[in-house]
Structures are given as C-alpha cells and as structure tokens.
Write a protein that binds this ligand. Structure first.
Ligand code: PMP
Length: 369
C-alpha cells in the first residue's frame, strides 16, 4: 500500500509470472516456452531491421505483418490486430468488449490466471464457471446470459482442448445478445498431431470468423513461434472487433510493436515448414513423456498444448515442485483450489524431459514426498 496509489491501483491483484532465473542452471519447464530456437529466417529478418531506420517510429498499423498473418490464416488484413504479446491483445480485448450490460463475463474456474486480473483492471464483473469433474470445459454452462465469454482452447493450465464446434456453439449463443466470445488460442498449434494448414491448429476457430461476427481468436508467437522474448501476439476477428481493439490501442500506445518485432514476427509466420517441424517434435515428446509418466503411476491429463498437467496420487504438488527444483528442474505449481495437487510441466527437448523423468523418479522413490 502507498499513499500515492489511487483506489484503482490499490484494488489490483497483479498476475505473478513464472520464475525467470538469471543463471541458466535450471532445466526450465515452468513457463511454456518453446525448447527449440526460432527459425533462422527470423534472426536474419531482425538483423536486417536492426539498422539506421530504428530512429523512426515503427508502422503503427503493422501493415506487412498483418498481411503475412492474413495470408497464412486465410483472412483479410483488416481482420487482424497485432499487439505486444498476446497478453496485451487480451488486455485490449477486455477493455474493448467486456464489462458491458448487466450480466457478468464468464470464464472457467481453472484457466489462465491473467483473466481475473484484466477483469479487475477494467472493472468487468465476472463469474468463474467450474470445469467438469474431468477438467473439461462444459460448453453448455456458457449458454446463459453473460457480459461476454473468454476461455483458452486448449485450456491452460489443464492443456485440454475443446472441439471447435463447441467453441462455435458458445459464439452462436452469445451472438444472439451481441456478446463477444474470445477464444485464446495461445497453445492451439500443439493440438492433436500439430498444425494442419500453415500455422492453423486443428482446434482453431479462426477459420469461422466470417460466420460469427462476435468471435475473436487470440494467438501468440511466444509458444509455437519460439519467440517469447520478442513479444508479438495477434487477434483475428471481424472488422468491427478489430477496430474496437485499435481504438483501445490508440488510446494507450500507438506503437506497441517495435520494428524488430514486426520484422521477426512476419518472418516467423511465413516460415510454416520450419515451425510445423518443431511443433511436431514437441508433440512427439509430449506423448512419449505422458506414456512414461503413466508407467510410473503418475497421472497426466490429455494435452493439446506444449505442456502437461500432472499429479502424483497422494502427493502434494508444492512438495513435488520443491523436490524437482532441488534437482535442478523448474515446473509450475498453482496453489489453488482443485488443482493444488497438480504440476504444470512445459515440454522441453527430449534430453531435458529425460532429466525431468529422472528427477521425478528420484523424488518419488527417494521418499522426499
Ligand atoms: N494466453 C495464455 C493461455 C497463456 O498461457 C499465455 C502465456 N502466459 C498468454 C496468453 C500470453 O502469452 P504472450 O503474452 O507471451 O503472447
């Protein structure tokens, strides 16, 4: 608390991101970064952009990047919005579309923990909708009057995907009242066996935006694009939604995406062959590790993402997380109702995941738990 804070800041409950250790001595499986490097074309594009033109502001409309995204996702450039990471795009979406009317915004009880933070920041009343027993989103629970709906697909931190027709049913229901449905597809590319067309994941609702004018899908280059350090994310939706996001951006910061990020992101989105390759590697590792954990008696929920959500029956999640940390492996534990027993483990390289398995075995057999 401080006497200098206004009442809005006093009331905030900021998001706490996963640890980013400085010394690099850990196997880092705690923030869902990609274990593989970005495409060499990305590095080359950033190198070329790192020139004297940096004295000029970047293109506020991200024209070239939006064109490349539009080509890959088979939409029009005016159906694309780009921001400084998808967190910023989400923050703008909350500001633009939620907090309207007399019913609360809806999102799952177990989901990306930034949603309640943005709702608090922009004063949007919300209601948490419990996941089903099996940790799936029960889409019918969203067929009620609301102030809008947001969920990730696949959900985080569970990793469980929702069939696209269910996401569209939520959009159809909410569309009757002109409520916006935001589908956060941060991990969408890792669904099933990997992207089918270009960068599009098999669960993506983006191809349907022309049929559902109240549907916005949100994407990031941080996960599949292996560019968490670059900060680029985007949204796909009908023109009115995109213009709503632009209105918020232009009331906040006209240049959120710098020249280097625009150049690097455009090169990434265009290099579908490279990214399909590393995405398939992550998916293969994910399935191998799920099977290995199963043999150890450790439950891993089905995952359509680049992480798995695991629990060791009868063991405390926080204690297991600490034991793994001692052995040099960082994973994420959420001290929250219903999921306190679970750990979220990002998928690393095969050798990192072998180290992780070794650390889990030692922790379980070594009696530390
Ligand atoms: N959505 C979800 C569900 C996430 O887990 C994350 C990563 N923390 C983001 C959005 C934001 O990613 P970024 O800002 O790096 O694009």
């Amino acid at each position: 608390m401080s006497v200098y804070w206004n009442s809005r800041v006093e009331k905030l409950e900021p998001y706490v991101p996963g640890e980013q250790p400085r010394d690099g001595k850990f196997i880092k499986l705690n923030t869902n970064e990609n274990p593989y490097p970005p495409s060499p074309r990305v590095i080359e594009a950033i190198r070329q952009a790192a020139g004297e033109l940096l004295r000029l502001y970047p293109d506020p409309e991200c024209t070239k990047l939006r064109r490349v995204i539009a080509e890959q996702y088979q939409v029009r450039p005016d159906q694309v919005f780009v921001g400084n990471g998808s967190d910023e795009v989400l923050a703008f979406a909350f500001a633009a579309f939620f907090g309207n009317g007399d019913a609360p915004l809806l999102f799952p009880d177990i989901t990306y923990s930034f949603y309640p933070v943005y709702a608090g920041l922009w004063d949007a009343p919300f209601r948490r909708v419990p996941l089903a027993e099996d940790f799936r989103i029960a889409v019918k629970d969203y067929f009620v009057k609301s102030g809008g709906v947001i969920f990730p697909n696949p959900n985080a931190p569970t990793g469980i995907g929702m069939p696209v027709h269910e996401a569209l049913e939520a959009a159809a229901f909410q569309g009757k009242d002109n409520r916006v449905v935001v589908v956060d597809e941060a991990y969408g590319a890792f669904a099933g066996k990997g992207p089918e067309k270009g960068m599009l994941g098999s669960l993506s609702a983006a191809p349907f935006i022309n049929d559902y004018p109240n549907l916005l899908t949100v994407h990031t280059l941080s996960k599949m694009g292996a560019l968490a350090g670059l900060r680029a994310g985007f949204a796909i939706g009908n023109e009115a939604l995109i213009q709503g996001l632009c209105r918020v951006r232009d009331s906040f910061n006209s240049y959120p995406v710098d020249r280097l990020a625009q150049a690097g992101a455009a090169a990434a989105v265009a290099d579908t062959a490279y990214y399909a390759g590393i995405t398939r590697k992550v998916i293969a590792t994910r399935e191998r590790i799920r099977a290995a954990l199963d043999r150890l008696g450790i439950e891993a929920l089905p995952s359509d993402a680049n992480f798995i959500f695991i629990r060791c029956p009868g063991k405390d999640g926080a204690v297991l997380a600490d034991a793994l940390r001692e052995k040099g492996v960082l994973v994420r534990h959420f001290n929250k109702e219903r999921i306190a027993d679970f750990l979220r483990v990002s998928i690393g390289t095969d050798s990192e995941m072998d180290e992780f398995l070794r650390a889990v075995k030692e922790a379980v057999n070594g009696g530390t738990l």
